[in-house]
Design a protein around this ligand. Structure first.
Ligand code: FAD
Length: 292
């Protein structure tokens, strides 16, 4: 279908983009990779009167590590993360895994990480990953910039903390320490499909082998990605073990609240959530040399 008529503005700086967003208020939308927004417009699910294209703001095209933070600019493509020099480092194994299963290579060449977070699809892959990795998003508006923890950023399906006249500038992921590994486990009907269910896991160990920190989140398990706090709490301070992993998986099934659709029933998806948490934890601990 052809989208409803709209005006188009190309911004060359964040200031220019913000001026346009503020001028047009609720009628304006940021256009990043367009991989979600354009299909939504074609289906007439979205009818913005003005698109503010940020793709020419070259200052926002970066993926860089410094001061203990991985920063991903608003127009950095998924493929830039997938191809980053450091992506094979064990510490980044969660991002390594997810960067290979979001959509397909063609979509990843255009779609942006920040756009995915802003889109906040219930079955998105970056949102669950950002929760498990305790990421944050830098949001800018008239009153200046603020850094929003991902738990506060993801408000509801397709809704975030970005308000009218604002835009997201970058996503920030804390650089994990040397005893950290993760895993992203996704079941999809075919390559390029959204998750039927997915689990993002990241764990850090103390020198004595106990778990120092844990991040566990699910996708396609509710209105938006969900943190499994009970499982995280269960793990911290304990030694990795089979019973512990099973308890974390039970917590994940309890927290999962999926919708039945063509991809499967509620019971099937809840079961998948727990199975994927088990697989994710085994994989993450295995990457740290702990075979449970
Ligand atoms: C065939 C296909 C398969 C896909 N499969 C998957 C999948 O398996 N998993 C998955 O997670 N995603 C999937 N996607 C979605 C894809 O990853 C998108 O790229 C992503 O969801 C949005 O990124 P984008 O840069 O294209 O954003 P856009 O489509 O440009 O924007 C999406 C929304 O976010 C807003 N937005 C974007 N950037 C900003 C910003 N900087 N500040 C404020 N608002 C902003 C826009 O206004 C819009 O509302 C798929 C897409 C396609 C076409």
């Amino acid at each position: 279908m052809i989208p409803a008529a709209f005006d188009y503005v190309r911004a060359h700086s964040p200031d220019e983009a913000l001026t346009e967003l503020q001028k047009h208020g609720p009628d304006a939308r940021v256009l990043a990779g367009g991989q979600s927004l354009i299909p939504a417009m074609r289906f007439r699910l979205a009818r913005p009167a003005v698109l503010v294209d940020i793709n020419e703001i070259k200052d926002l095209d970066y993926v860089r590590i410094g001061d203990g933070t991985l920063s991903i600019g608003a127009i950095a493509r998924d493929s830039a993360v997938e191809r980053a020099a450091w992506i094979g480092d064990r510490r980044w194994s969660l991002l390594h895994d997810v960067s290979r299963v979001v959509a397909d290579p063609v979509v990843r060449q255009t779609g942006t990480v920040v756009g995915s977070l802003c889109h906040n699809d219930p079955a998105g892959d970056w949102t669950a990953t950002a929760l498990a990795a305790r990421a944050s998003v830098v949001v800018r508006g008239t009153a200046g910039s603020r850094t929003v923890p991902i738990d506060d950023f993801l408000v509801d399906s397709f809704t975030t903390a970005v308000t009218e006249g604002e835009m997201a500038l970058e996503a920030r992921f804390p650089v994990p320490d040397d005893r950290t590994a993760g895993s992203y486990q996704k079941i999809e009907r075919k390559v390029g499909d959204y998750a039927t269910a997915a689990a993002a896991v990241q764990v850090s160990l103390n020198a004595d082998g106990t778990i120092r920190a844990a991040g566990i989140a699910l996708s396609a398990a509710g209105p938006c990605a969900v943190r499994v706090s009970d499982a995280e709490r269960l793990l911290v301070g304990q030694k990795p073990g089979g019973d512990l992993i099973r308890a974390a998986a039970d917590a994940a099934a309890g927290k999962s609240a999926p919708q039945a659709d063509l991809r499967g029933s509620v019971a099937y998806k809840k079961n998948l959530a727990s199975v994927l948490v088990v697989r994710g934890l085994h994989r993450a601990f295995g990457r740290l040399g702990v075979n449970v």
